[in-house]
Design a protein around this ligand. Structure first.
Ligand code: ATP
Ligand code: MG
Length: 267
């Protein structure tokens, strides 16, 4: 894809994360390394509990690694930065703020003057197709609309990196498809670097430039697959031999790790 450069945007270097506990410490990640290039759309798949959210939280600076380090543009991540926007499965909006105020929130924190932030917020609300809902409160919106507000709020801050943790998992299939298409358009137009977690191999194949499969816990990288499917990834592409080949390959890897994690739980 022409948005790709050969500059490393995020460098995850030998990261181990242990959650201490009175009973038994949990090692969520073990010596995990991964480089994400500027402009890449990396999708991470792996068994439940393998450490995907843990990894994203470390990249976002919400938590710190027990060992190893993460570099963003060559600088160690030591806390939350406006360079990184995070979008969660559960929309994480302020329920007492309108759509407009939710989207403006980050801009207000950055002390952007009122007129300018109103204009910017309006642009992103429009971009995610929510024009006319500026004054609505989150509880009046559907799940898909709330997730579009989170996307608009994140984009309004103009992060260079967007981290998405199963953002569409709670949505119905049709809404998910619309938002996937919107995300691809935003990615192509705004040249962001994206790390996206999903349990859906089809979603991974639709969106990514590269797919990373994680091992069962403690999470490491099991396999990396460059997604060479042509764009647009429409029904014809989804019925192609290459699509089936990639899907089967990823399915076999993920499935083996899911079995390992189930066996471990039942021991
Ligand atoms: N704050 C925490 N304290 C203790 N243990 C934790 C904490 N966060 C995560 N864990 C443990 O770390 C492991 C990895 O969890 P994580 O949420 O990263 O998995 P995941 O791959 O995102 O799973 P899922 O696909 O179900 O979302 C799990 O065993 C989990 O119980
Ligand atoms: Mg998770």
């Amino acid at each position: 894809m022409d948005t790709l450069t050969n500059k490393i945007k995020i460098s995850i270097q030998g990261v181990t994360k242990v959650f201490p506990s009175k009973r038994a410490d949990v090692m969520a990640l073990k010596n995990l390394s991964l480089d994400v290039m500027d402009g890449e759309f990396v999708v991470i798949v792996g068994a439940s509990g393998c450490g995907k959210t843990t990894l994203l939280n470390l990249v976002a600076g919400f938590d710190s690694a027990s060992q190893g380090q993460i570099l963003l543009d060559g600088q160690p991540v030591i806390g939350i930065t406006p360079e990184c926007g995070m979008i969660f499965q559960q929309y994480a909006l302020f329920p007492w703020k309108t759509v407009q105020d939710n989207v403006e929130f980050g801009l207000k924190m950055k002390r952007i003057p009122k007129a300018e932030r109103q204009e910017q917020a309006a642009r992103f609300i429009d971009m995610v197709g929510l024009k006319g809902f500026e004054k609505s409160f989150p509880h009046h919106l559907s799940g898909g609309m709330k997730q579009r507000v989170s996307i608009a709020r994140s984009l309004a801050n103009d992060p260079k990196v967007i981290l998405l943790d199963e953002p569409f998992a709670a949505l119905d299939a049709m809404t998910r498809q619309v938002l996937q298409e919107q995300l691809v358009r935003i990615y192509e137009k705004h040249q962001k670097t994206i790390i996206f977690i999903t349990h859906s191999i089809d979603e991974a194949l639709l969106l990514s430039t590269r797919i990373v499969v994680m091992t069962a816990r403690p999470g490491r990288i099991l396999q990396e697959i460059v997604n060479d499917l042509p764009h647009p990834r429409n029904a014809d592409v989804q019925l192609s031999d290459r699509y089936m080949e990639l899907k089967r390959m990823i399915w076999v890897s993920v499935q083996a790790e899911v079995m390992k994690s189930i066996e471990e739980e039942t021991v």
